[in-house]
Design a protein around this ligand. Structure first.
Ligand SMILES: [Zn+2]
Length: 73
């Protein structure tokens, strides 16, 4: 671990590219896949506190979380 803040373009869970348009442009006016994604409480709880609400989780981690919770039969 380094003392540097992680770039907002990377997923705080897997360090992969999160493809978040607002993170890249710096404005929430950008349309992005994360607008339609569901970020569960358990998923967000896995994000390190300093990055929570700062770095966007990637689509892969969101899909893995929603798929593993078995919320949909
Ligand atoms: Zn990820």
């Amino acid at each position: 671990m380094t003392a540097e803040p992680a770039p907002h373009l990377r997923c705080p869970l897997c360090a992969g590219a999160n493809a978040c348009a607002p993170a890249r442009s710096g404005t929430f006016d950008e349309p992005c896949w994360c607008r339609d994604a569901t970020f569960s409480v358990t998923l967000l709880a896995r994000v390190p506190a300093p990055l929570r609400g700062v770095a966007c989780v990637c689509a892969g981690c969101v899909a893995a979380d929603t798929g593993s919770r078995g919320a949909r039969a």
